[in-house]
Design a protein around this ligand. Structure first.
Ligand code: GLC
Length: 749
């Protein structure tokens, strides 16, 4: 009996001092529930230790040109997070060792990095990836990037960027998934699942970070960092849904944006950071500010000084301060003065610790130090990058079937991009290296080996006025069967702080094209860019146009496989290509005006884009059959109005509807087809866009075969809308379901 009481007394003492059975503190017990570990550790921390967890500095040589600042030399062992700039885990582990062994409680540091479209194996830019319409491929690509990053000691990526963007003058359109709400939401979920996997504590997973929360893509006139005008209605129906999808997918963190949202900068915007994100969506991870964004509240005219900026950002709901050190400097005084509540500090620290526990950092604080050859550029990752490049390239024109290039013996490969490696990578290239790239020239040489002689001539630079290379280019074209021109924008012309007043391609390149065209041979154009570009003067000069974006390390192989016909292009635009800069903003899901015909259109240029959202050609042809709707209980059926069915099916708001359409490959070659399903609510109290993408599916359709594509419609999810308070609803009335140019109607009763 005495033994039993002794045992009970010891157990009680240990419980009171937060020790697990083995006598070690609960927070060190990997078998204890995360929340118990968080609570135990928080209870042991001093105020200074808590505040240090809410800060992020940098470690290593910072190569991000827009983020250069004085790096903290002697980094304290108790720092919460570091942006890591290293090619291997050695430096990271050394710093982590300092945290684990020199800090009082041994709290591991969280190492972050911008893993945007790959880490060392660089994939096509995200805007290109959206044109693949292949979420599973995007998920796998992000998983491959996570593998490389985690092996180098990165625990956290500042990705995916899911800013809906409709102004290609804004350089950051390259980082997101285009102009459409649903597209960004679907790829956001895919990226989060790719980075985080099913178990965040697994070795090859990293924490995701949804950015830039929220509405950064609305930057006025495409100028970066500038204010936006976003109504609550537009915030809810356009800019928030991708973030909500990412939170639902379990994204560990978010990053607050730089810009001002209708008078309140995002980084001090309590409505989105706390009322929406924490209270409405229940997000239990944390928000990190963008680089120096807390201090920028002063420049934006919201805070008089660093102390006020820290108070505004922290109380709004930004848990971690990226590099401007204002939290370490001012939180103690703000708490002392009662301007910051200690409860909120504890909540913020708990959020950071929670992610560190979920990542398994306490159990596995160090990354294994492996040779580069065993972590980078693995065949599986490189193969994925090439596959993604093949599926993200978009065939915009193919006059007279000039593509694929079959039975050509002489190819003139011309242009500033023909043999460039650096510009194939695009911006935000993490630890990517130009030397890893297969250029277009190398790709074609491999693909057409033994079949065609390839002559490479640069012809001109990306810009400038040096025409001295034109003559060689024209001569090469004249002595070829086909001229392949590789034109466009440099890889670093899009990305952060890369706004351009025009989306044209520099005139020297247009002149080179015209000169080569005069040689009288077929002209194939490969266009590289990180944004939609103005091709309206170029388009008539080219027989075929392939948009390659910035296709990553195997872009040369991918393009060559498409030009040779070994691969059939399947990409479709995830962002409208304006006819010219003057049309911007122009996007598919706009609302109707009250005028028709010639009223409300430009008097000097056309008012339709050069290439619509969703546009992309194949080497084969697809024929769409009837679009039919059936109610789940089989009670009703509506088919597309083309087929003459005018019986409109009536469905209760809680009912389910199955939409289906057949697609037949009537051409001579197998091909992937993406079916985009749109809805339209033609009359509603909150007016709706003329059409809204709500589902898409990409599938192989073999030549001569027919496939049936299905869209299971949930009225609230797929027909409903959201009001300015974020309340989702579904109106009664008529709805149109559209796919492949077919339209079928139903009525919600
Ligand atoms: C940059 C970018 C952000 C990036 C961060 C860290 O300024 O706005 O996207 O993740 O700083 O590099």
């Amino acid at each position: 009996m005495k033994t039993k009481w002794t045992f009970f007394a010891i157990a009680l003492i240990m419980a009171l001092c937060g020790c697990s059975d083995g006598g070690s503190p609960v927070y060190r017990d990997a078998s204890a529930p995360v929340e118990k570990r968080v609570k135990d550790l928080l209870g042991r921390m001093t105020l200074e230790e808590k505040i240090m967890q809410l800060n992020q500095y940098t470690l290593g040589r910072n190569t991000v040109e827009n983020n250069l600042g004085e790096a903290v030399r002697d980094i304290p062992a108790g720092i919460g997070s570091l942006i890591y700039f290293g090619d291997d885990a050695v430096l990271r582990n050394a710093m982590q060792k300092k945290a684990m062994e020199e800090s009082r409680l041994g709290i591991p540091i969280l190492f972050g990095h911008d893993v945007i479209h790959g880490y060392r194996t660089i994939f096509p830019i995200p805007l290109a990836q959206a044109c693949s319409w292949n979420p599973d491929l995007v998920r796998r690509g992000c998983a491959a990037a996570a593998c490389e990053a985690a092996a180098c000691g990165v625990d956290w990526t500042f990705s995916p960027m899911v800013d809906v963007a409709r102004d290609p003058r804004w350089g950051r359109v390259m980082e997101g998934y285009g102009e459409d709400v649903h597209t960004n939401a679907v790829f956001c979920e895919a990226a989060v699942k790719g980075y985080q996997g099913d178990d965040l504590s697994a070795e090859n997973t990293i924490a995701a970070c949804l950015k830039h929360y929220a509405g950064y893509g609305a930057s006025e006139a495409g100028r970066d960092y500038v204010p936006t005008e976003i109504s609550d209605q537009t915030l809810w129906d356009t800019y928030l849904p991708p973030f909500e999808a990412g939170v639902k997918a379990g994204a560990a963190t978010l990053m607050s944006a730089f810009h001002n949202i209708s008078g309140t900068p995002a980084t001090a915007n309590r409505y989105i950071l706390t009322e929406v994100l924490k209270e409405k969506w229940g997000h239990d991870g944390f928000v990190v500010s963008d680089w120096d964004a807390v201090r920028q509240l002063i420049l934006q005219g919201m805070a008089e000084d660093g102390k006020e900026a820290a108070m505004l950002a922290f109380t709004a709901g930004v848990e971690m301060d990226m590099v401007d050190d204002l939290y370490t400097k001012w939180l103690p005084e703000l708490i002392e003065e009662g301007l910051v509540d200690m409860k909120q500090v504890d909540d913020a620290v708990s959020r950071v610790l929670r992610i560190k526990f979920r990542l398994g950092l306490f159990e596995r604080p160090y990354a294994e130090e492996l040779p580069e050859s065993s972590i980078y550029l693995q065949p599986s990752s490189v193969g994925l990058a090439e596959r993604m490049a093949v599926e993200s390239m978009v065939l915009l024109k193919n006059e007279g079937g000039v593509l694929p290039l079959e039975n050509v013996g002489r190819i003139a490969l011309i242009g500033p991009l023909a043999d460039s490696k650096e510009d194939m990578l695009g911006n935000w290239t993490a630890r990517g290296r130009a030397g890893d790239v297969v250029s277009i020239a190398e790709g074609l040489a491999a693909e057409f080996a033994g079949k065609a002689r390839i002559r490479v001539v640069k012809g001109c630079d990306f810009d400038g006025d040096d025409r001295s290379g034109f003559a060689d280019a024209v001569s090469a074209a004249a002595n070829s069967d086909v001229a392949v021109l590789c034109l466009g924008h440099k890889g670093k012309w899009s990305g952060e702080n890369c706004s351009r007043s025009t989306i044209e391609i520099p005139s020297i390149q247009e002149e080179l094209l015209a000169a080569v065209k005069s040689a009288g041979k077929p002209v194939v154009l490969a266009v590289s860019a990180g944004r939609p570009v103005d091709l309206h003067r170029i388009e008539p000069l080219a027989d075929a146009i392939m948009l390659i974006w910035h296709p990553g390390i195997r872009g040369g192989n991918a393009l060559a496989s498409l030009l040779s016909g070994r691969e059939n292009p399947s990409g479709k635009l995830a962002m409208t290509f304006p006819y010219s800069t003057g049309q911007i903003p122009i996007y598919y899901n706009r609302r109707n005006s009250g005028r028709r015909g010639t009223q409300g259109i430009y008097k000097d240029i056309r008012s339709t884009p050069l290439y619509e959202f969703g546009y992309g050609l194949s080497y084969t042809e697809f024929e769409y059959g009837e679009l039919c709707l059936t109610a789940e209980d089989g009670s009703g059926r509506s088919c597309d109005m083309v087929s003459g069915e005018n019986e409109v099916m009536k469905v209760p708001a809680g009912g389910k509807i199955t939409a289906e359409i057949t697609v037949k490959n009537t051409g001579g070659r197998d091909g992937y087809e993406t079916v985009h399903w749109y809805i339209c609510d033609p009359y509603s109290r909150i007016t709706r866009p003329v059409r809204e993408l709500k589902h898409f599916e990409k599938r192989m359709v073999s030549s001569g075969e027919e496939e049936t594509f299905i869209f299971e419609i949930d009225p609230l999810r797929d027909l409903g809308f959201v009001d300015s308070a974020g309340k989702r609803y579904v109106d009664k009335g008529t709805y149109r379901i559209m796919a492949g140019g077919r339209v079928a109607e139903l009525e919600i009763i």
